[in-house]
Design a binder for this molecule. Structure first.
Ligand code: CU
Length: 537
């Protein structure tokens, strides 16, 4: 694909932009509660949607104890006692631990019993009353306790096993993450060395205070599974679900009635089903790009705001929690599938055997783990705007180096500093110009020419430059003495990344109650290694 086509493709399908961001909007990670014993509640509450709707929901939450939170670097973590949240608290446990989850039913009496299923684990239960799929907690504060061995690592769903067509729709679902048992070197404790040809890493990076370039480390573990091919640098959890507001209004209207029937008294037709809200982690775009634990979403604590540096191995934990299939498309690259339903996909030589996915499509209840990496490889133009011939003029002079490592990238393996503006550049495209007659001091002779970013009205995030890195951003403007629009508040000298739209490829799912844009959509942000990615809130 030539540069022209590539640019058009990117502009059509994704959003490719130089952006300016303050660190307040960069948080994400995979926050949750940790431990071996969890005291949960099922309760009623409300969530908000970006069209202004306040929707009556049910959800899991913390019952009474104050849990411990992870990752440690995330601040503001909370799980208010007795309150529901959507999704339920993300339960983070260690492989090999025996996990106890006590569920107390504080749903209205009209809702009847409720329960939790932990698919993939052998669960024993105590207390409660027998239900169709598991022991259930009776209404009026009844409790049931589930116990299981977290035998295998991975990303799992949990959800109600009681009147699931209604209770899952109302919001009773969440995620369970089992971290693998790893040795101090970051390799699995039961790891068997692969065949010599496997080219596996010797070790995963142990979770420490900081990453290669000094950024804080927000991972939950060095690897997602018992295999160094599951090593990663960052991680995000996306739980996809939808809601039909008619069902929620009808349930709310009946929730207050007196009811003594164990199975509840609510009578609602689930069909015909017309979902209007399509959510990632209980929020619709743009709310999903606000921070974790933001005060304006007291019952929707988790965001969806992936952020990464070029070359980082980003672990995506994806769960289908609703009733629809959600073909979520990660623009910028394919996703290498690691695991499905918590099962690592490797062949007998311990090589990864999962496919490259264009969309991480989840069916109801399914979980996927995949590795996403963005490097600009294959674009066929120099995203840093380096000037052909190795010109060392002006502010370009410190960045116009690209020595390929064994894999073709400019990394520590070929002498790059981890904070180099073009760290992890794909050197085969070095000095391949994008523009024919560009403004400013960037490579020329390419297939297209863009307007001077200074004369465009670019919006709050868009600086008008197609280049990555603050140095390239300020080099790619003309001499017009006005700053690029939208970057007045945020200096373009501090930040210039790329934004790729990640979204459902069911087009109706990128609306919020029929309003576009909304729903299952987010912006994945690629920032140069000079920009610290802070996920601490
Ligand atoms: Cu797409």
């Amino acid at each position: 694909m030539n540069g022209m086509k590539t640019l058009i493709w990117l502009l059509r399908g994704a959003v490719l932009a130089s952006i300016t961001l303050v660190s307040l909007t960069s948080q994400a990670a995979v926050p949750g509660v940790i431990g071996t014993s969890f005291d949960l509640v099922a309760a009623e509450g409300r969530i908000s949607q970006p069209d202004g709707a306040s929707i009556y929901t049910w959800g899991y939450g913390c019952n009474s104890t104050t849990p411990a939170f992870a990752p440690a670097a995330v601040t503001g973590a909370n799980c208010p006692a007795g309150a529901m949240q959507l999704p339920g608290p993300t339960l983070i446990v260690q492989q090999g631990q025996t996990i106890t989850v006590t569920l107390t039913n504080k749903l209205p009496a009209a809702a009847g019993r409720t329960s939790i299923l932990f698919p993939g684990f052998e669960v024993t239960s105590s207390g409660g009353t027998p239900g169709l799929l598991t022991q259930e907690a009776p209404s009026g504060g009844g409790a049931v306790t589930y116990t299981f061995l977290a035998s295998t690592p991975g990303t799992h769903a949990y959800y109600s096993g009681t009147q699931a067509d209604l209770q899952v729709e109302m919001g009773l679902y969440g995620a369970l993450i089992v971290l693998p048992s790893l040795s101090k070197k970051g390799l699995p404790t039961n790891y068997v060395a692969p065949l010599p040809s496997a080219r596996l890493p010797d070790t995963c990076k142990v979770v420490t205070g900081s990453l290669l370039n000094g950024d804080p480390d927000f991972r939950l573990a060095p690897a997602a599974y018992d295999n160094p091919l599951a090593c990663y640098d960052r991680e995000y959890l996306f739980q996809f679900s939808e809601m039909d507001p008619r069902i929620h209004m009808q349930v709310e209207a009946q929730a207050g009635m007196s009811c003594s029937a164990a199975q509840g008294c609510i009578m609602v037709d689930i069909e015909p089903y017309k979902a209007a809200y399509f959510m990632i982690n209980g929020r619709s775009m743009p709310d999903d790009m606000d921070p974790n634990y933001a005060v304006q979403y007291p019952n929707q604590p988790y965001n969806g705001n992936p952020h990464m540096h070029p070359g980082e191995l980003t672990l995506l934990r994806v769960i289908g929690q609703g009733r629809f299939q959600h073909p979520f498309h990660e623009h910028g690259n394919h996703v290498r599938l690691l695991a499905r339903d918590g099962n690592l996909l490797v062949n007998s030589n311990q090589h990864l055997s999962g496919p490259l996915l264009f969309t991480t499509t989840t069916t109801p209840g399914m979980t996927l783990d995949g590795i996403f990496q963005w490097t600009a490889k294959g674009l066929n133009w120099d995203v840093y705007g380096h000037v052909a011939g190795g010109s060392k003029s002006g502010s370009n002079q410190n960045t116009d180096v690209c020595s390929p490592d064994a894999n073709g990238y400019y990394t520590t393996g070929s002498g790059a500093a981890p904070k180099a503006p073009n760290y992890y550049e794909w050197c085969a495209d070095h000095e391949h110009a994008l523009e024919s007659k560009p403004f400013g001091n960037v490579g020329s002779g390419g297939p297209v020419t863009l307007p001077d970013p200074n004369v465009l009205t670019n919006g709050a995030w868009y600086g008008g430059s197609p280049y990555l890195g603050p140095d390239a951003m300020v080099r790619s403007v003309g001499s017009t003495p006005i700053p690029p629009s939208g970057t007045v508040a945020n200096s373009p000298t501090q930040e210039a990344g790329f934004a790729f739209m990640w979204h459902s490829h069911n087009e109706r799912e990128i609306t919020t109650n029929n309003i576009f844009p909304g729903g299952m959509m987010m912006m994945m942000l690629v920032d140069p290694w000079t920009f610290p990615i802070n996920e601490s809130n």
